[in-house]
Design a protein around this ligand. Structure first.
Ligand code: ATP
Ligand code: MG
Ligand code: MG
Length: 533
């Protein structure tokens, strides 16, 4: 079987015709098991299914494959739908495998028993092991009526878990034999409750529901290649609409864990949450500030390195993100002629500056919001030098405040006990004309204190370990209040938005309230009204 690579999958004209005749249009489905968080690998499967449907003018269904009552949770379904939508895809409908427990799946099982194509087996085999059974089950040749009686006993709870399973009577060329169709499980199901104590398997339910929903092609990852003949056998035996199965390669990204099961298993022993910005879960990537467009391009264009995802992120944000200014090591500059400036602006006590929109490299307006200019301005300590230095503020060379037409001139400075400069007295003067030739500094006034958390890329060497996630580096900074307060132009720094902090980094608001990290458990806590953002 040749796996197809990204974006190259197409349906044959007869497949298109068959699915249109059956379902009215080309349908596909993305069918995650709601047993854990969706991750970057799922984004690839989502993209495949939605893009095939779109190519043929069809639609894609989101189906939660909730056959395992022990692990399926409504919360994962809710989050799954939210993340599919966040990525920018709209499912035609949302369905659940458990929607079909009562009739379709149960009736299909009975039908196969009656036809002599399924039997109840009592061998104590762990699920997963059954495929490789080397010899025939001693119960393989039971009569249909005996199997029916046994299956009823399974269904009404007369067998305990592991004591009986319903098997399909099929042997595949790849060596799988008699796969399990139904098993006993005495856990309460999050949707069907205690109504059933038997549950269908993935193999059984997928084949039947794909056919029932009129799916044009069953796209799945490569590990299901050996299940293909079982998938086809079931539809054939039941005389159902036949769906071709095609496999694609699982996405693997160095340093990232892209399996739900392993993500969950690992979380059990660490104190991380699965929306940790260093994980490649979709919630983690969202929290990190990766825009959905970057993820879509990543999977569409077949990238495989985390660094490439960050590159795409920068490409997308360069065009989208609004700009703001932050100051890391604040040096206070007291404006000695503030009253005069305010009077000249026609505002007593407070100056409102409209930061001039500037053409950025990407050709869009980078600033362009209003901020308050008070009598204290903060600049970065490292932007002030005592000796004449190019690009910096010095006693002999004034600088222009970024986004304004004010030049700042040094009057005097205050020094601490060790002789270090602790604050400045400055004069503001309007500059006309030769604005371009002047040095420009980023600054803030009446700022909001913020805590900034920085995340490194995942460690690509060695196996993934939660304990080896890169540490979170935290620092405090002052951010201009304009984007947060919504002064005049509307608050635009809200959850899910990313800003470019000029000369510094892309920053996004962290909505999470209860997360922690290995290096500094308190550093990721959420903002409250009194705390720094
Ligand atoms: P589990 O570990 O529980 O099996 P999973 O990560 O394999 O979880 P599933 O819910 O089984 O996720 O998969 C839903 C769909 O997403 C399937 O079609 C599966 O093939 C696909 N998928 C899962 N992981 C990847 C991946 N890394 N790359 C591409 N597709 C993936
Ligand atoms: Mg699974
Ligand atoms: Mg899987």
């Amino acid at each position: 079987i040749g796996y197809f690579q990204q974006g190259t999958f197409s349906l044959s004209p007869s497949q298109v015709q068959a699915s249109r005749a059956y379902a009215g249009m080309v349908m596909t489905r993305f069918a995650p098991e709601p047993n854990g968080p969706l991750h970057l690998g799922h984004a690839r499967a989502i993209h495949m299914n939605f893009s095939v449907a779109r190519r043929y003018g069809g639609q894609c269904i989101l189906r939660f494959d909730d056959t395992n009552p022990r692990t399926a949770r409504q919360a994962y379904c809710d989050e799954g739908l939210e993340m599919v939508r966040w990525l920018g895809y709209s499912p035609a409908s949302v369905s659940y495998t458990s929607d079909y427990f009562d009739d379709l799946l149960m009736l299909s099982a009975c039908r196969l028993i009656v036809d002599g194509a399924a039997f109840v087996c009592h061998e104590q085999l762990r699920e997963g092991v059954y495929y490789r059974a080397v010899r025939n089950s001693p119960w393989r040749n039971r009569s249909p009526s005996e199997n029916m009686k046994e299956f009823k006993m399974m269904c009404v709870g007369l067998y305990r878990e592991g004591e009986a399973v319903l098997r399909l009577k099929v042997r595949t060329r790849s060596g799988l034999r008699d796969p399990v169709a139904y098993r006993v499980c005495n856990s309460e199901h999050y949707r069907s409750g205690t109504r059933w104590c038997v549950f269908p398997t993935y193999d059984f339910s997928h084949s039947i529901i794909d056919s029932h929903e009129g799916i044009a092609v069953s796209l799945c990852s490569a590990e299901f290649a050996s299940h293909r003949s079982i998938y086809q056998w079931i539809q054939k035996k039941l005389g159902m609409y036949r769906v071709p199965q095609r496999e694609f390669q699982r996405l693997e990204v160095g340093g990232c864990l892209l399996s739900k099961r392993q993500l969950i298993a690992g979380l059990g022993t660490s104190f991380h949450t699965y929306d940790d910005p260093r994980l490649a879960t979709l919630t983690g990537l969202r929290r990190r500030g990766i825009p959905p467009e970057a993820i879509r391009r990543f999977v569409r264009e077949g990238y495989r390195e985390y660094e490439q995802l960050l590159d795409l992120t920068r490409e997308v944000l360069l065009l989208q993100a609004k700009h703001c200014m932050v100051v890391l090591q604040p040096l206070a500059c007291h404006v000695v002629n503030y009253d005069k400036v305010a009077a000249a602006e026609g505002m007593a006590g407070q100056v409102l500056v409209s930061l001039q929109a500037q053409e950025s490299q990407a050709g869009h307006n980078s600033l362009g919001h209003h901020v308050t200019l008070s009598s204290v301005i903060y600049i970065n300590q490292y932007d002030f030098h005592l000796r004449e230095t190019r690009h910096y503020f010095t006693p002999t060379s004034p600088v222009r405040l970024r986004g304004t037409c004010y030049a700042m001139h040094l009057c005097s400075m205050e020094r601490g006990d060790g002789g270090e400069v602790v604050s400045l007295q400055v004069l503001l003067r309007k500059v006309e004309g030769k604005v371009k030739s002047m040095k420009v500094l980023t600054w803030v006034s009446e700022p909001v204190p913020v805590t900034l958390n920085f995340f490194d890329s995942p460690n690509r060497r060695g196996p993934f370990l939660y304990s080896q996630l890169p540490p979170v580096c935290s620092t405090t900074a002052l951010m201009e209040a304009g984007p947060l307060s919504g002064l005049r132009l509307g608050r635009y720094f809200t959850y899910g938005q990313t800003l470019q902090a000029e000369r510094f980094a892309y920053i996004t608001l962290d909505p999470s309230s209860s997360s922690s990290s290995s290096s500094s458990p308190s550093s990721l806590s959420s903002p409250s009204d009194d705390d720094p953002v």
